[in-house]
Design a protein around this ligand. Sequence first.
Ligand code: UD1
Ligand code: MG
Length: 427
Amino acid sequence: MVKSVILAAGKGTRMKSDTPKVLHQIYSKTLLGYVIDAVNNTDMADENYIIVGHQAEKVEEFVNSNYDNAKIVVQSPQLGTGHAVSMVCPHLENYSGEVLILCGDTPLITSDTLKSFINAHRELNSDITVMSAVFENPTNYGRIVRKAGGSVDSIVEEKDATQEQKVIKEINAGIYCLNWEKVKGAFSELKTNNAQGEYYLTDIIAWGNNNNLSVNAHILENNEEIYGINSKSNLAQATSMLTKRTLEKYMTDGITIVDPNSTWIDPQTEIGKDTIIYPSCYIEGKNKIGENCKIGPFAHLRGDVTLEDFVKIGNYVEVKKATIKSHTNACHLTYIGDSEIGSDVNIGAGTITANYDPLSKTKSKTIIGNNAKIGSNSVLVAPVVIEEGANVGALSVITKNVKQWSLAITRAPMRVFEGWVSKKLNK
Ligand code: UD1
Ligand code: MG
């Protein structure tokens, strides 16, 4: 088992935000959440140390309320990436296993890549392994300087690089695997004699060579995975890349995505085969969509939604925190929230589950039994139960439970005044 160190103390100035950079979200998950999950999903890490600095309390609160195996380590002031990692030294004094180091602002990294990286470190019998990548435009990244024989000599930061080194296209991806017992000594020996006056983590490479350690680089296959977030524009770009990856996977699994360019689905959503997602849908959070469903166009699923097979969620329908059983339709202009809906139910156009009481600020549940039919433009004021087979007449406001197989209707009866118009017009 490895221990991970995730660097998340940086300021994130270019986000121009009151929210710490790593707490910005892609769909319903924070950037840091993606990284911790990627590490945890390798099943190779038992403990994660999160290095925090700027707005440490907010990041700490997020970590503590979401992860049992993550520990917060505060770095203050922030004197560089090497200084950041040195903060865990007191915590890992007696540890002799492997340490995986990564950054909290690269949400696209996958567990598979981390697994093969750790395995490569083991197979190479390496003491220090750095993940590298080949970039057409390597500007701003640290460059991997190799020795004549091909092994890694050092990493040189852009600001410290010579013209010759600047043309190197192999860059430091910022992910490392260390044999902690052999490398921990490096952290008390790092110096700040560089262009930025910082303690560079990258200097452990040269340190390793000077101390006769085995130093290697493992080349990343998909450069997208180390895409770092520094601005709102990067955030949008990462959302788009993650979405593309997710939609490809759905399509491979037999789901029809009519227009991938206008479809946004959180990777935490599961979808069954033969379901069709029509254009312009936004699906966020953890949802479970069954097989043979039809979603959209223009549908919005907001999380905690379970749809059984053959459910239809049509245009301008918003659903959150709801379970909808098979063969039920809500095809037009509807809001379904905090609801349990049976099978073979028809939800007429314009139906609203009124789940929120703004005075008490509480939410209540709507329960609809199998085979019930809800007429168009009805408001179901929760808490309310529409029992099996019951019908609600169109334009009703339902404030009391409706017994099974009965009809509830609250609209004024229709009246016809014959000749009323002609009388007005004196015809
Ligand atoms: C770093 C690497 C560079 C690599 C690049 C990959 C160093 C010296 N350089 O450069 O070789 O190509 O990442 O993205 O390591 N952080 C802290 N505490 C600090 C400083 C930074 O926690 O004192 C965190 C930041 O929040 C960030 C990460 O460390 O998540 C990387 O820091 P950053 O300043 O972005 O390093 P780069 O200059 O990009
Ligand atoms: Mg960076």
